[in-house]
Design a protein around this ligand. Structure first.
Ligand SMILES: *Cc1c(COP(=O)(O)O)cnc(C)c1O
Length: 363
């Protein structure tokens, strides 16, 4: 199969060295070699944001980003806890569905998908009710909006309310101040900004917050972070892990460090997004949000007049590029372009040329 440039928000194109790591020797997850592998990945995940291991821990899971978010919500909110869930897109609303599924006490702070978080409404919600946590999406991939975690954390600081962060599409590329923002836990995945393979995900937990949270009976068996943490600290793991994905994540993290960490990655993504955004504007394709409101990871664009998503997608795919549809109602009006993975600025320029040729040849 011909190589496709993936401009969807994960899974991403793998680099040659990460792909080769998938071919390392078969391994049993009860052997010391696995313990070493797991230990190195966990240490490097903390290193990515300079987090001291006395206070923080990386818990590794087999499953996609959603598994990590669900593990975070079910494990961090105690039986008598009550979480305020900020919704301004699909992923915020997904957290509410998780809280419903597990009967976790929660209140929604709802916004339409394109809206910024209403900080005044957040402050008054916090004044009206007692919350154990505020759950929020860092980068809301629905629209490409980067929610202002610093501002949100400042408002929560009065009541000393810790944050539960879905950092699935931002961890590894956006700034995150774990201590200053009073983050209790942050869910992330191997196959977005970290450039690993799909199948492994993780939660960065504040050790103290997790041990305080321990529900009398875990809400789920498979996603119980406390059990994973205990066993992973002891060099083990409760269940079979996706070994090959761990190999890939291990190599992806080394590559991440070699290339200078999250700040360099953010610069790289920003260059990619700038090439695409400038190119789109030149050919009359309008971005949905102001550049200042967007993450470095993904921008959403209005579909060009007279071209449906399917038509644009299929024509681009023929030219070797995979874009991503808008979710829900947005599928009719938007398309999304992400810039993660082992792709280059030259790929971005070829993408702009490909869109241009499709837009100019429309009849
Ligand atoms: C991609 C994504 C998820 C979940 O991803 P899966 O890996 O598909 O389970 C959750 N939250 C955000 C913000 C995402 O971008």
């Amino acid at each position: 199969m011909k190589k496709e440039i993936l401009l969807n928000p994960g899974p991403v194109n793998l680099s040659a060295r990460v792909r080769r790591a998938l071919l390392r020797p078969d391994l049993c997850h009860r052997e010391p070699e696995f313990a070493e592998l797991q230990k190195r990945i966990r240490a490097n995940l903390l290193k990515a944001y300079n987090l001291p291991g006395k206070i923080w821990a990386a818990v590794l899971l087999t499953g996609s980003g959603t598994a990590a978010v669900e593990a975070m919500l079910t494990s961090m909110v105690p039986d008598d806890g009550h979480v305020l869930i900020i919704e301004n897109g699909v992923y915020g609303e997904r957290m509410t569905r998780m809280a419903e599924a597990h009967r976790i006490g929660h209140t929604r702070l709802h916004h339409a998908w394109h809206e910024p978080v209403d900080l005044g409404a957040l402050a008054s919600a916090l004044a009206q009710n007692k919350f154990s946590h505020v759950a929020v999406i860092h980068h809301e991939t629905t629209t490409g909006r980067l929610n202002p975690l610093g501002d949100i954390a400042r408002i929560c600081a009065g009541g000393k309310i810790p944050l539960l962060v879905d950092g699935v599409s931002s961890f590894g590329a956006e700034a995150m101040d774990f201590s200053k923002w009073n983050i209790a836990a942050c869910a992330a995945t191997a196959n977005k900004c970290l450039h690993g393979a799909p199948g492994a995900s993780l939660v960065i937990v504040n050790r103290g917050h997790l041990s305080n949270a321990s529900a009398t009976t875990p809400r789920t068996l498979y996603l119980d972070l406390k059990q994973y943490l205990e066993q992973q600290d002891a060099g083990s793991t409760p269940f079979t892990q996706s070994i090959q994905c761990f190999y890939a994540l291990d190599e992806a993290l080394r590559e991440f460090m070699d290339r200078g960490g999250w700040e360099k990655r953010r610069q790289q993504y920003r260059r990619h997004m700038r090439i695409i955004r400038d190119g789109m504007v030149r050919i009359g394709v309008r971005p949905r949000l102001d550049a200042d409101d967007c993450s470095c990871v993904l921008h959403a664009y209005h579909l060009p007049e007279g071209i449906s998503y399917t038509k644009l997608h299929d024509a681009l795919k023929k030219k070797g590029f995979v874009i991503y549809a808008g979710q829900g109602n947005l599928a009719r009006t938007l398309f999304r372009v992400s810039a993660m993975g082992a792709i280059t600025e030259a790929d971005m320029r070829r993408f702009v040329a490909a869109v241009k040729s499709i837009v100019t040849s429309r009849s």
